[in-house]
Design a protein. Structure first.
Lengths: 357, 271
């Protein structure tokens, strides 16, 4: 019998590249046919006109992408806080958004009470540390070895507690971030490029730089140090981590404190662009699509996911928004995330889901 | 089983040192269920001690009491002369007790190398600050421990899977990596929970050899739970037999083999 006859036919569709290529080709062909037959110009308005606009006014395009990039960096920062805690404790920390608000409120509140700005930053760090210890003692320790969903629900409890506690201490009114006192740059740089004017806020540049530095530091810490390894170990298996003498309590405090630091920096940067209010918490939910895109366990994923969502959102709003009367910025991110869930549930960079059965 | 027999009938036991760990009158209940009732035995320095018994006899619960995962309601664990009502996993590990699990508990997403490196956690002393910098003393320390881990990898012959995420490895190799992680702790007492469960003959022979080598070369005291009677009789110096949470026999493999209660427990008895 010939060898060919017994060998299974090579499954070309198994290669993701081939599959993706075929899909893309099909879409292009369908679009071309559609536009050809299109009488009411709907398809033209969706698939051709926006790109024509982009080509005609490249300076506007650059400005839009920059805006997207900046909000993307902030999404990435919030997502980073989620990833840290998820990696180390397998808990999806719903409270990360409110931690951002709480950190920013504490900082501003302290300053309003007359504490010098930089001292206020240090005290706020202390408060975030105390919060981490308290969460570990009161919430996590009694719930060791409980199913993840219980820990997840516990973070809802933390969220509502922090909302109430924050309002009781600092009131519910929006506050001004003390950007000047922290020597954050103000004003804008205007660039003459592509036959137009692109204006970059200095605070946005600072946010991008600080965020990049912090992310690089955290990534190295996780990858190459004993504590980083212990953090990853705890994420994988509590009992195995205990058996090699890793102290869960210590690791949880470290990781929640780290998430608290990230929250404070996010709060400062975000607060400097708008103001500090509880509305920030809703914005923090944008981290969810970012995580679905980037993968819950990946720090690079949080960054790339954040940037994709940020830029995609702004481009969508500016070029496609008018077609449906605007306002798509608020839901486009979730829409993109849904698409991702269908094709790549572990996200762009997430750990591949390995299950031996 | 081709593993080198440790004590063939008639040969005297090797000279074993003083008692390393003893459990005294331990009772453990989960609600109304009695997992362990009034069990006492000891483990001497340098020996291989087997804990056997039918399913549900309380063997794994016993190991969990020893390394602090469970706190028995009654009784004491005495380790290196220190008597504790409550053993904590963290403290047990710090005191030199390492263990493996019945259903492999590895860090699936991490490489073999990183998994075994976690075993060095307690040996690495540099603080958070140096760790964060990953410079100077912390880097030096990392390299030093890496060397120990590479030796263990050599010893277990798993060089070829050093960089692979362990979640992808076949079961037999996962068990070997888990043993490696426990060895990296340089334990005085090594608890093995069914180290050969689910292995084929060849893998079992390898594992037997590793256990014997660990015992001989490093002088590590080993307590193991195993269902393969051939393995237990060949490997162990002394055997304790549990049934329904009670101790029914304790002695050398030969004594235990001839014990009527043990025969009844394993073969069933007409009432």
């Amino acid at each position: 019998m010939s060898d060919i006859a017994t060998r299974p036919a090579p499954n070309l569709l198994a290669s993701p590249l081939v599959k993706f290529g075929l899909l893309l080709a099909a879409i292009v062909v369908a679009l071309a046919a559609g536009i050809w037959l299109d009488s009411s110009n709907t398809l033209y308005a969706i698939f051709v006109d926006p790109f024509r606009q982009m080509a005609q006014a490249p300076d506007l395009l650059v400005q839009t992408i920059w805006e997207g990039l900046v909000s993307g960096v902030l999404y990435a920062l919030i997502a980073l806080g989620f990833v840290l805690i998820f990696k180390a404790s397998g808990v999806f920390n719903f409270a990360q958004g409110i931690m951002v608000v709480f950190a920013a409120l504490t900082l501003v509140g302290l300053y309003e009470k007359g504490v010098p700005a930089f001292l206020a930053v240090i005290i706020t760090l202390g408060v975030m540390f105390a919060l981490a210890v308290a969460i570990e003692r009161v919430v996590l320790r009694p719930l060791v070895n409980q199913p993840d969903i219980i820990l997840f629900m516990a973070t809802f409890g933390i969220t509502y507690f922090l909302i109430g506690f924050g309002e009781a201490l600092f009131g519910g009114n929006p506050k001004q971030m003390i950007a000047d006192q922290l020597y954050l740059p103000k004003g804008a740089i205007d660039l003459q490029i592509l036959g137009g004017l692109v204006s970059l806020q200095k605070i946005d540049i600072a946010a991008a730089v600080i965020a990049s530095l912090m992310i690089a530091a955290l990534a190295a810490f996780f990858q190459y140090t004993r504590i980083g390894r212990a953090l990853r170990a705890v994420a994988d298996s509590h009992k195995a981590a205990l058996s090699v003498g890793i102290s869960l309590n210590q690791i949880w405090v470290i990781v929640w404190f780290t998430a608290g630091i990230v929250a404070l920096i996010t709060g400062i940067m975000w607060g400097a662009r708008s103001d500090v209010s509880f509305a920030l918490e809703i914005v923090a939910l944008k981290a969810l699509p970012v995580l679905i895109l980037g993968g819950f366990t990946s720090i690079p994923g949080a960054i790339v996911g954040g940037l994709i969502i940020g830029i995609g959102e702004k481009l969508g709003e500016f070029y496609w928004g008018p077609l449906v009367g605007g306002g798509i910025e608020s839901w486009l991110a979730y829409f993109i995330a849904l698409g991702f869930l269908l094709f790549r549930p572990q996200g762009l960079f997430g750990d591949k889901i390995i299950e031996r059965i | 089983m081709n593993a080198e027999p440790m004590n063939v009938t008639g040969t005297p036991l090797r000279d074993k040192g003083e008692v390393l760990l003893s459990v005294e009158n331990i009772s453990l209940r989960f609600g109304g269920v009695k997992a362990i009732t009034d069990v006492s035995f000891d483990i001497r320095k340098g020996e291989i001690r087997a804990i056997i018994g039918p399913n549900g006899a309380g063997k794994t619960s016993m190991l969990n009491c020893i390394n602090g995962f469970y706190q028995p309601q009654e009784g004491r664990v005495v380790f290196k002369g220190e008597r504790r009502a409550k053993m904590r996993p963290h403290r047990a590990a710090a005191g030199g007790i390492a263990r493996t699990f019945q259903n492999v508990a590895l860090f699936k997403g991490m490489s073999t190398l990183d998994n075994i490196m976690t075993g060095r956690t307690l040996k690495m002393k540099r603080g958070f600050f140096w760790q964060a910098l990953r410079h100077g003393p912390a880097l030096h320390e990392e390299i030093e421990h890496r060397r120990v881990v590479e030796d263990i990898i050599d010893f277990l012959q798993i060089e070829h899977i050093r960089k692979l995420p362990v979640g992808k490895l076949p079961y037999g190799l996962q068990k070997r990596v888990e043993l490696g992680r426990a060895l990296a702790m340089e334990p005085e007492l090594l608890l093995l929970d069914e180290p050969m469960a689910g292995m084929n003959l060849e893998e079992k022979e390898d594992m037997c050899r590793f256990i014997l080598d660990v015992n001989n070369q490093f002088g590590t005291t080993i307590a193991l739970i195993e269902h393969d009677m051939g393995v237990v009789m060949d490997l162990s110096d002394r055997v304790v037999v549990l049934e329904y949470g009670r101790k029914i026999a304790d002695g050398t493999p030969d004594e235990v083999k001839r014990d009527q209660k043990v025969i009844d427990a394993y073969l069933g008895v007409a009432h």
